[in-house]
Design a protein around this ligand. Structure first.
Ligand SMILES: N[C@@H](CCC[C@H](N)C(=O)O)C(=O)O
Length: 280
């Protein structure tokens, strides 16, 4: 049997299994995503990026037709998310490395809409992350403490909680509590410390994954929230995460995200392993 082609990649150590599926033929069930992302019984990853031609998608969201390629993103628990900022960089880098797109600007379809990217010759990618909306205040709870924060929509939902200290001590092995009335679809929760003006350090607990070493949409939400809290709508911010550093530019409630994208390996999944998850 032929098996199923995969690649492994990461953006600031937020890691993904990529599944090339130009013609939209893979039957990617939740159980398969969970197995692929499992670090013991699968390949291990924070999420899956299925690479599919937009024209071949059965359920393409409205408005993405102009993008030749669609990033079908799934969280490690099998859930579908609207957008993934690190994933879209890795996705764009893959397209260029495969000769499916050229260095320079091209659009990528996502469930949050089209995201124009600029793939740079050095492998870094700049993403136009679209509208960024601060939509209120809410509170996270963790270890019996309350952490007031800012609610931000980057296509997907975020709660950004500023800290004065203690970032390294947080136990993010557990899901922090949040208000489901504010976040009915769940939420990614960022804890952030300002190191200097325009320089932040962040940790994140991602919806559908757990603590990850980086979250691209989370860095954008964090930058927008930090600017908002100091009375600004625009600015340039670097964000340190456990897996490296990214640069965020916020302009009139839109943002760009620049950071690295790395392809680590490619191979073939055993067809019988794949088939064993299809029916479940
Ligand atoms: N790691 C991603 C975000 C992935 C989706 C998120 N877990 C959600 O459910 O919204 C990023 O780099 O943005």
């Amino acid at each position: 049997m032929a098996g199923v082609e995969f690649l492994k990649g990461h953006g600031t150590e937020n890691d993904f299994v990529l599944l090339p599926d130009a013609d939209g033929e893979l039957d990617l069930t939740d159980a398969l995503v969970r197995a692929l992302c499992d670090r013991q019984r699968g390949l291990g990853a924070d999420g899956v990026l299925r690479v599919v031609r937009t024209a071949k998608l059965a359920d393409a969201p409205a408005g993405v037709e102009a993008a030749e390629w669609f990033m079908d993103y799934r969280n490690a628990d099998g859930s579908i998310a609207e957008m993934c900022g690190n994933g879209v960089r890795v996705f764009a880098h893959y397209l260029v490395r495969q000769g499916l797109a050229q260095v320079g600007e091209f659009p990528v379809g996502t469930r949050a809409g089209i995201r124009p990217v600029i793939a740079h010759a050095d492998g870094t990618v700049t993403v136009d992350m679209g509208p960024v909306t601060v939509f209120g205040r809410s509170t996270a709870t963790l270890g019996g403490r309350e952490y007031p924060g800012v609610a931000v929509d980057v296509g997907n939902p975020h709660l950004v909680c500023p800290l004065d200290g203690g970032l390294e001590d947080l136990d993010l092995t557990r899901q922090p509590g949040y208000d489901p009335a504010v976040f009915p679809r769940g939420v990614n929760i960022e804890f952030v410390r300002t190191l200097a003006p325009g320089k932040l350090r962040m940790r994140v607990h991602e919806r559908g994954v757990g603590e990850t070493r980086s979250c691209g949409t989370g860095t954008v939400a964090t930058a927008a929230a930090a600017l908002h809290l100091t009375g600004h709508n625009t600015g340039e911010v670097t964000v340190d995460i456990l897996g490296g550093q990214v640069r965020v530019t916020v302009e009139d409630q839109r943002a760009t995200l620049t950071g690295p994208a790395v392809l680590v390996a490619s191979g073939t999944l055993d067809q019988s392993w794949w088939d064993s998850f299809r029916a479940s």
